[in-house]
Ligand binder design. Structure first.
Ligand code: SF4
Ligand code: SF4
Length: 457
């Protein structure tokens, strides 16, 4: 077997090597993800973070399990990929989580991640938007200045990462200019990303975004081919075909070296058309550096016409998600996912003390989907609402499906997260597993490239 990614050092230190007495019947760990490849089988341990490539013969030896560990697989047992039949994998993951949690609580984090809502206004009217019906406020020049000042004081001298969000963040470019100019004056190092519909970019704005806002990545939602996209997004005052304009802008962003991830929002009305969209995107942007596509099933219970699925529909959507995602991969335009390289101590930004959202009014919040209801402070004050902060740290207990889910050590679910439908749905399970699988494949591709370069040297 070959090591593709080494284990997370802190987890390795906590666990050490597993000692299994000879002849003890073993099975594969519940926290092991297998991905078949032409060169063998990739095995990723979601708790230790180690990724191995097994030869075909080693993979075949696995078929004899559960049972005593064959000599060829002794290393797999020492590295926790194989566990005695009666071992409790979840309990082990919980123990590591507890130890890591105590360590993380001792560290005082600087605030280095900011999701800034420059405006709640938008030039599109998507029926599924969870912000539909909210007040359309925009950040004033003074609040933008206060925001930059807050960042400079609270980033602890470290580089800062900003995500521009809205509404449509480009409806209020002035706030972005004011914040980035001010950070530059304060000598704060920063880079930025954006969640945008992509419509308002033009040649000059793309250059400014790259050179002044330090924008390196934009996520753009695409809902279908031209006619379907234009109908679903319902842009206000559009002069031309928004679809053609957004595709043109994606091209300009990529040419400027800014990465673009296209998010395909799937529901019952566009699931067939999305295949045609994938064809079109592959023709137009396939092979372009920085371009990637991923699929999401439209979120339930959000927007002006909220959708709600039965459990059977959720299972059907999980299959449709896999099929479309497989097609995206076949076309060679699947977005890369990063393999997590440290212990997963947070669910998301909402329970990570190094992150905050900033509302157009300067409120500091926890969750990008609960903009007003998660506010715990303000950019003009050093006071914080500890009750709100604590509420956003509370986690849901595990459920029956978690017992056999390989994602478990990397999956934390917050009680207040609006994205959960009371339990982990088949859609969420399929999405979490697919993200992990693609991250494993991405890490494997990097390793193969590095190996090849080493051999050529
Ligand atoms: S993806 Fe769902 S089933 Fe898997 S660990 Fe997370 S909550 Fe549990
Ligand atoms: S919606 Fe859920 S996952 Fe997203 S930031 Fe809020 S709490 Fe986190």
């Amino acid at each position: 077997m070959q090591q593709v990614v080494s284990p997370i050092p802190r987890v390795q230190k906590i666990l050490g090597s597993q000692k299994v007495a000879g002849g003890t019947p073993c099975r594969l760990s519940a926290h092991c993800m297998r991905v078949e490849q032409p060169a063998g089988v990739l095995m990723y341990h979601t708790l230790t973070g180690e990724l191995l490539l097994l030869s075909a013969a080693e993979a075949e030896a696995l078929e004899g399990l559960p049972g005593p560990v064959p000599p060829a697989l002794g290393e797999l047992a020492a590295r926790w990929f194989l566990r005695p039949l009666e071992a409790d994998d979840m309990a082990m993951a919980e123990q590591v989580r507890e130890i890591e949690g105590r360590f993380a609580r001792k560290k005082k984090s600087a605030l280095t991640g900011y999701t800034i809502f420059t405006t709640m206004d938008c030039n599109a009217r998507c029926f599924y938007c969870y912000e539909a019906g909210w007040k359309r406020s925009s950040m004033s020049k003074q609040t933008a200045l206060d925001t930059a000042k807050y960042i400079a004081v609270h980033c602890g001298g470290k580089p800062v990462r900003i995500e521009w969000f809205g509404g449509e963040p480009l409806v209020n470019t002035r706030a972005i200019d004011v914040i980035t100019d001010s950070l530059r004056r304060e000598k704060v190092e920063f880079r930025s990303t954006m969640i945008s519909n992509g419509y308002l970019f033009d040649e000059a704005l793309v250059q400014r975004a790259r050179d002044v806002w330090n924008l390196f990545y934009v996520q753009i939602a695409l809902d279908g081919t031209e006619e379907i996209y234009n109908r679903r997004k319902a842009y206000v005052n559009s002069q031309d075909s928004p679809f053609q304009r957004v595709l043109r802008n994606i091209g300009m962003l990529l040419d400027a070296g800014i990465r673009v991830k296209a998010r395909l929002n799937m529901d019952g009305n566009n699931e067939v058309d999305l295949y045609a969209l994938v064809d079109e995107l592959a023709d137009r942007f396939g092979g372009k550096t920085g371009f990637g596509v991923y699929t999401m099933v439209l979120q339930e219970n959000a927007g002006v016409n909220p959708t709600s699925y039965t459990e059977e529909e959720r299972r059907a959507y999980a299959q449709k998600f896999y099929s479309l995602q497989a097609y995206v991969e076949e076309k060679g335009i699947a977005a890369r996912m990063p393999l997590k390289r440290g212990f997963v101590a947070h669910a998301c930004m909402a329970d990570d003390d190094s992150f905050t959202t900033v509302t157009p009014e300067g409120g500091l919040g926890r969750c990008e989907s609960c903009i007003d209801s998660s506010v715990w402070g303000n950019v003009c004050s050093d006071e914080s609402d500890e009750v709100v902060l604590q509420q956003w740290r509370e986690r849901n207990p595990s459920e029956t499906a978690c017992k056999t889910c390989p994602v478990y050590p990397q999956c934390i679910r917050l009680k207040k997260c609006p994205g959960w439908a009371g339990h982990c749905t088949p859609i969420q399970q399929s999405y979490n597993r697919d993200v992990l699988r693609r991250a494993v494949l991405g890490a494997y591709e990097d390793w193969k490239t590095a190996e090849q370069n080493r051999q050529e040297e």
